[in-house]
Write a protein that binds this ligand. Structure first.
Ligand code: BGC
Length: 375
């Protein structure tokens, strides 16, 4: 409840900050409300917005921002979360199409599992935009809007090295690595980005992965579930770090998993390693300011939601081959989903640590409040 209240404040504070092009009257929808009621109404849906489980705070924030923006833009939207898994998400998208959705925005639980749904969309001439997570192995995805996921991983790898250097100047350092869920195509980008920075240090003998578990498959966290990351770290510590031995650092792909592995170390009575994260979750911002977690990544949800809705509005107006989205040029090289290279609009992630948090979150009142709450 606390989170939801805080997000409401954030949303209200930022509501004037972004003016979308072609708003009222777009596709003749100026008179429709943006309530999350589309799935139960029978016709006239503008946007079907299908989201995964709420495995991190960014998804909770997205729900609020999508609903607010749909309302202010006069778009009739159905915003659905599939908390019960893949088949629920499939059913929700089917229903959105039955209800006449004119465009789909999809953040997939499993990027490979929605082939039938996006085929139906293509057959009906409904454009599909992948949101935050790419849809894999299908031609029926028109665009991808996300933060630069490989860039997120690079920044995590760099932050880890910086934190290690500050903790134990000159090294060498022993680390462990954690990856996200294998069914989320972002996980490979995060992991590969981070390893592009860490591998040269491993090859040079400066960094060692203590457990030897150095592949994404070994490091994966099914369902992005912190319980899975914590129990894996419990086992790694028990097997590889007897007595007061402890890894110097842990690469974690997001904040929920960062807190899970830190809890694992804490419960094993270890001194805390340098741990990275992502998402700027409120609890992690406090941990960063307390010196428990080292870093996170700022990738604010609001501009991402605004960007994807702006793109959907262009498509609803019949625009084709969009090359620029609010000043972001299309990336038509990086996101090969095995069936096509999906044109992507990528927002820039920013790394945050204790040193720069007040600056990074200066325009996000709720996050700034968390940063300033720790004296
Ligand atoms: C998102 C991350 C998030 C993770 C778990 C990823 O696809 O990009 O921001 O932490 O899912 O929800």
């Amino acid at each position: 409840m606390q989170i939801i209240k805080r997000i409401a404040v954030l949303g209200a504070a930022g509501a004037l900050a972004f003016a979308l092009s072609g708003c009222a009257g777009n596709a003749g929808n100026a008179d429709k409300s943006g309530d999350d009621a589309g799935a139960s109404s029978s016709t006239g849906l503008d946007l079907g917005i299908s989201m995964p489980q709420k495995t991190s705070e960014n998804w909770v924030e997205a729900e609020k921002y999508f609903n607010d923006l749909c309302k202010s833009e006069g778009l009739k939207c159905s915003v659905q979360f599939a908390n019960n898994g893949v088949s629920e998400q499939q059913n929700q998208i089917d229903t959105m199409l039955t209800n006449g959705a004119k465009a789909l925005i999809i953040g997939a639980i499993d990027g490979t599992s929605l082939g039938n749904q996006v085929q139906k969309a293509a057959d009906a001439g409904v454009p599909v935009i992948a949101y935050d997570r790419l849809l894999m192995a299908t031609e029926n995805v028109d665009y991808y809007v996300a933060y630069d996921n490989f860039g997120v991983g690079v920044k995590q790898g760099e932050a880890l090295l910086k934190g290690l250097e500050a903790k134990k100047p000159g090294g060498p350092w022993t680390i462990e690595v954690v990856a996200g869920s294998n069914d989320d195509s972002n996980s490979a980008k995060f992991f590969d980005g981070a390893m592009s920075v860490l591998q040269p240090e491993i090859d040079a003998g400066k960094v060692t992965i203590g457990s030897g578990q150095n592949t994404q498959a070994q490091a994966a966290t099914q369902g992005w579930d912190p319980k899975n990351a914590q129990s894996r770290m419990d086992a790694i510590l028990a097997q590889n770090y007897p007595g007061d031995k402890v890894p110097d650092g842990i690469l974690s792909p997001n904040d929920t998993l960062a807190r899970a592995v830190l809890s694992s170390c804490e419960q094993a009575g270890k001194t805390l390693p340098v741990v990275t994260g992502q998402d700027s979750e409120i609890e992690s911002l406090k941990w960063i300011m307390q010196g428990k977690q080292y870093s996170t990544i700022s990738k604010p949800t609001k501009p991402l939601v605004e960007s994807v809705v702006a793109l959907a509005q262009k498509l609803l107006k019949g625009e084709k081959d969009v090359k620029d989205l609010n000043g972001i040029a299309v990336d038509d090289k990086q996101y090969d989903n095995t069936k096509k290279v999906v044109p992507a609009f990528l927002l820039p992630p920013v790394v945050a640590t204790k040193d720069n948090a007040a600056e990074v979150y200066k325009d996000e009142p709720t996050k700034l409040e968390a940063v300033n709450s720790v004296k």
